[in-house]
Design a protein around this ligand. Structure first.
Ligand code: PLP
Length: 409
């Protein structure tokens, strides 16, 4: 009898299972709209031209080596990453109350933030402190916080399926009734999976309640640049909350906007009341990192730091981000136009109203199953599609398939 004889088989991670099923599908017309990664109009991954350039700079730089980084990461990465979240001229940065932890992707930043909060936030045992995540949300939010020891993870109202938009009243109601000091995970922009963000006025309403009710703001910023094509516009909510005096966390991922999916480059930006609080927070963060990955990897952090700290490269990166965002916009407009031309039952305006990498189509689980089985078009059971999976070559087939599905299922 093996010592592992009692280990139950875990269920596969849905999005990666979908990609595997896609790989094994022999249909030449197959389309993968599942995984959240950018694809070119040829359906290929894109190494950003600015990244290629900086990779060469790194290889040619004889002063670089492969020694351990500091536990909290590369200083020039941490500070420049926080700057793009909070803004070049952020008063909080000037007041020396912003710090950061280089993390393994956005997931790592969420994990480090969660581990810290459970241990230290507002006292020192937060096992019972409620953590609120949007309904629906990126499925890993629940698991990351549960895994850090939080026992009370709750959904907050966000998506109004009927209206195919934000349930503002529901959201504000849940904020009002949450116990004081509850933790709220907010998507900074390009909400995954709904592609629906609050407007500026709605964000102001959210901030007002959160401040009054003393709720903790934990932004998840995985798509900065993807919502509007502009980094500053996409950081509006985060920067607004800073102006309102919140102490908060912001988990940043550079997987999507730098195309650095496997380098695992992320940053946890911490905004504290003052530099003394910040210093103590960072000292505890160091302890948590030490027992988790000990020291972070350098390649992705160097690529991002060199890009953000060199004006010409920074400008080029912004251009590259805009190229990706513009292609998504084009695919949105095109898919909506095609569905309307086909007179597919239902309304399809939400495709262009939604922003970021994803569209929440409104297809139900049965329709999704039909799309996969009968049309070899792979999408998440929630009806979420990755707009980057669409190309000028496959969009007619996808539109016809959605039409066929909506009419028949
Ligand atoms: N947060 C959200 C909302 C995401 O969609 C993702 C990735 O899909 C992440 C965080 C994690 O990003 P990373 O791959 O950098 O860990």
């Amino acid at each position: 009898m093996s010592l592992f004889g009692e280990v139950p088989q875990a269920t596969p991670v849905a999005v990666f299972k979908l990609s595997n099923d896609f790989k094994e599908d022999a249909n030449p017309k197959k389309v993968n709209l599942g995984v959240g990664a950018y694809r070119t109009d040829e359906g290929q991954p894109w190494v950003l031209p600015v990244v290629k350039k900086v990779e060469k700079i790194i290889v040619a730089d004889n002063s670089l080596n492969h020694e351990y980084l500091a536990i909290l990461g590369l200083p020039e990465f941490r500070s420049s990453a926080s700057k793009i979240a909070l803004g070049e001229d952020s008063p909080a940065i000037q007041e020396n109350r912003v710090g950061a932890v280089q993390c393994l992707g956005g997931t790592g930043a969420l994990k480090m933030g969660a581990e810290f909060l459970r241990r230290w936030y507002n006292g020192n045992d937060n096992t019972k402190t409620p953590v609120y995540v949007s309904a629906p949300t990126w499925e890993n939010h629940n698991a990351v916080f549960a895994n850090a020891g939080f026992e009370d993870i709750r959904p907050y109202k966000y998506w109004d399926a009927e209206k195919r938009g934000l349930d503002l009243d529901g959201l504000l109601g849940d904020l009002e009734s949450a116990p004081k000091h509850s933790i709220f995970v907010l998507h900074a922009c390009a909400h995954n999976p709904t592609g629906t963000d609050p407007t500026h006025v709605e964000w102001m309403q959210v901030a007002e309640v959160m401040k009054r009710r003393k709720l903790f703001v934990f932004f998840d910023s995985a798509y900065q640049g993807f919502a509007s094509g502009c980094l500053d516009k996409d950081a509006w909510a985060v920067r607004y909350f800073v102006t309102q005096g919140f102490e908060m966390f912001c988990a940043q991922s550079f997987s999507k906007n730098f195309g650095l999916y496997n380098e695992r480059v992320g940053n946890l930006t911490i905004v504290a009341r003052d530099s003394d609080n910040l210093k103590r927070v960072l000292s505890q963060m160091e302890k948590i990192v030490r027992v988790t990955w000990s020291n972070p990897p350098s390649q992705g952090a160097r690529l991002v730091a060199i890009t953000l700290n060199t004006p010409e490269l920074f400008a080029e990166w912004k251009d590259n981000v805009k190229t990706m965002a513009d292609r998504v916009l084009l695919m949105r407009a095109s898919l909506q136009a095609k569905l309307q031309a086909l007179e597919t039952p239902g309304t399809w305006n939400h495709i262009t109203q939604q922003i970021g990498m994803f569209s929440f189509t409104g297809l139900n689980p049965k329709q999704v199953e039909y799309m996969i089985k009968e049309r070899s078009i792979y999408l998440m059971a929630s009806g979420r599609i990755n707009m980057c999976g669409l190309t000028t070559k496959n969009i007619d087939y996808v539109a016809e398939s959605i039409h066929d599905t909506v009419v028949n299922v």
